[in-house]
Design a protein around this ligand. Structure first.
Ligand code: HEC
Length: 309
């Protein structure tokens, strides 16, 4: 410590002697910048950079050309009523979507992660959901004699499965397994846009394309041949609220329902996001004001050092 002080004072003196003003000792500078390198090193580094970038570009181009996915249609982006920052889910649509699921999709697809109670306050009242649950016979037990028994469903029951196990589901669907729909809206690229396109996109295969028996042509599905028969068409069901059940209306409602099922916190998440953006704007403006007008006095204050005479 003492030695360091001595060195400091000596160098200060030297500074005073030289220019009359104190000169602080300079710490050694790291000399690693590109411009101070030797010419050969600069050339080598530049060549390496160009070769690496070119190689990465070539690899990307080759990867793209090998991927033969041109035949697949990419789902367009639809103007969902719940899209964007300011819009919540359309709960009347969620309610109709549940009706579509129950009357059409539930014949083949399970929704294991949803219980009847999840619908309460979202699409139905508690009394309505109780009545809906009681329509189903649920296997329960064992009772005091060790026997299984059936009882009417209640709020805490999960949605009943169409098939007892995946093997039975495959056997009934030409070997294809209908996936569980609880999280399907998050599980597929394109989300509800994709599901809407898939449901409404069935068409005749183009000339020269053969579709195996038991499969259906759908340009949005990977491989274009899907084992699901077209599940919806105009007037496939009659809505309780009287909405005309056109094909696109049915597809839109079931997609809105599937979006809610995959993300029950959808509305809360957006509301919280909006609050955070509003608070963050306010806080940013406040911090800016404090920095420019309150602290600027402190920041521009000069600290003067008077050298010993
Ligand atoms: C007759 C039975 C049946 C019905 C009814 C049915 N599906 Fe399917 N679904 C299937 C089968 C089988 C598959 C698996 C297809 C495959 O892998 O080729 C499937 C697959 C799907 C997929 C996944 C596609 C993918 O990208 O993997 C979605 C989404 C889907 N169905 C939605 C629905 C909706 C929504 C309804 C109701 C409107 C419905 N399905 C009605 C049998 C059905």
């Amino acid at each position: 410590m003492a030695a360091a002080c001595l060195v400091l004072r000596r160098s200060l003196r030297a500074g005073q002697l030289l220019g009359g003003r104190p000169v602080w000792p300079q710490p050694p500078q790291a000399n690693m910048s590109f411009s101070t390198m030797s010419r050969g090193r600069r050339m080598a580094l530049s060549t390496l950079g160009v070769v690496l970038a070119g190689g990465a570009g070539l690899a990307l181009a080759l990867h793209r050309s090998v991927k033969a996915s041109d035949l697949e249609l990419h789902a367009p982006s639809y103007p969902w009523s719940h899209g964007g920052l300011f819009y919540s889910l359309d709960h009347a649509s969620v309610r109709r979507g549940y009706q579509v699921y129950k009357q059409v999709c539930a014949a083949c697809h399970s929704m294991d992660y949803l219980a009847f109670r999840n619908l309460v306050g979202v699409s139905h009242t508690e009394a309505e959901v109780k009545a809906l649950a009681e329509e189903f016979e649920i296997l329960d037990g064992p009772d005091d004699n060790g026997e299984m028994f059936t009882r009417p469903g209640k709020l805490s029951d999960h949605f009943p499965k169409p098939y007892p196990n995946p093997e039975a589901a495959r056997a009934a669907n030409n070997g294809a397994l209908p996936p569980d729909l609880s999280y399907i809206a998050n599980a597929r690229h394109g989300e509800e846009d994709y599901i809407f396109s898939l449901l409404t996109g069935y068409c005749d295969p183009p000339a020269g394309v053969a579709v195996r028996e038991g499969l259906y042509f759908n340009p949005y599905f990977v491989g274009q041949s899907i084992a699901m028969a077209p599940p919806i068409y105009d007037e496939v069901l009659e809505y309780d609220d009287g909405t005309p059940a056109t094909m696109s209306q049915v597809a839109k409602d079931v997609c809105t329902f599937l979006r809610w099922a995959a993300e029950p916190e959808y509305d809360d998440r957006k509301r919280m996001g909006l609050k955070i953006i509003m608070m963050a704007t306010f806080i940013t403006a406040f911090i800016y004001y404090m920095k420019r007008h309150r602290w600027s006095v402190m920041k521009s204050r000069k600290m003067a050092y008077k050298p010993p005479q």
